[in-house]
Design a protein around this ligand. Structure first.
Ligand SMILES: Cc1cc2nc3c(=O)[nH]c(=O)nc-3n(C[C@H](O)[C@H](O)[C@H](O)COP(=O)(O)OP(=O)(O)OC[C@H]3O[C@@H](n4cnc5c(N)ncnc54)[C@H](O)[C@@H]3O)c2cc1C
Length: 174
């Protein structure tokens, strides 16, 4: 959004390819982009996504191919492509599993990853609890805690021996 607004002032042509009509930008910037689109200063290619690139023998970009959700394609001659990716979290069918949900996340017990239905556990970015940080490190720690909580369900009656790979090595695949 910011790049499009800035480049519209200097570039010969700016096209914004976006997968959906909504933008998660400041409303003022969205309004500015829309008015630039209305007067033809920016071309809005929506709902499309990046499909392919064309270049010349010197390795320079010559065109960007955008495709819509029905497989239709548009070829846009271009000198420069600025790719940005975004995230749109969607629980899909998981939303109907009867889990504890909190604003598009699964609310879990952080000590175990228990997700509100017996035997169902969740870890990673999909979960929420007080102090949750969306980090790889947090996901790994949650995985270890959940594995501990899940062990007695998978191996009832068996003792869980807590071990370090540092001292015990990595278990051989059986
Ligand atoms: C731009 C950016 C930079 C980041 N930088 C860092 C960093 O420097 N350090 C750090 O620790 N963390 C960083 N993070 C956060 C980190 O990427 C996440 O915390 C981590 O990837 C979460 O792992 P996850 O396995 O829970 O989820 P994800 O990595 O999001 O994996 C979920 C997977 O499930 C798939 N999926 C979704 N829905 C379905 C479905 N219905 N069926 C099947 N598959 C599905 C998705 O395609 C995806 O592959 C960054 C995140 C972003 C967006």
């Amino acid at each position: 959004m910011d790049w499009a607004l800035s480049l519209a002032e200097v570039a010969a042509h700016v096209a914004v390819i976006h997968r959906r009509s909504k933008f998660r930008a400041a409303p003022e910037n969205v309004a500015r982009l829309q008015s630039l689109a209305l007067c033809g200063a920016v071309e809005m290619i929506i709902p499309y996504q990046l499909h392919g690139l064309e270049g010349d023998d010197a390795g320079r970009l010559t065109a960007v191919i955008a495709s819509d959700l029905d497989g239709g394609e548009r070829r846009l001659e271009a000198d420069v492509l600025l790719p940005f990716f975004g995230l749109s979290q969607n629980l899909g069918p998981i939303a109907k599993w009867g889990l504890n949900l909190d604003r598009n996340h699964v609310a879990v017990d952080p000590a175990t990853g228990a997700a509100g239905q017996p035997g169902l556990f969740a870890i990673g970015d999909i979960v929420t609890y007080p102090g949750k940080l969306k980090l790889i490190l947090s996901g790994f720690a949650e995985a270890a805690a959940a594995a501990h909580a899940i062990f007695p369900l998978v191996h009832p009656g068996e003792a869980l021996h807590f071990e370090y790979s540092t001292t015990q090595g990595i278990p051989a695949a059986s």
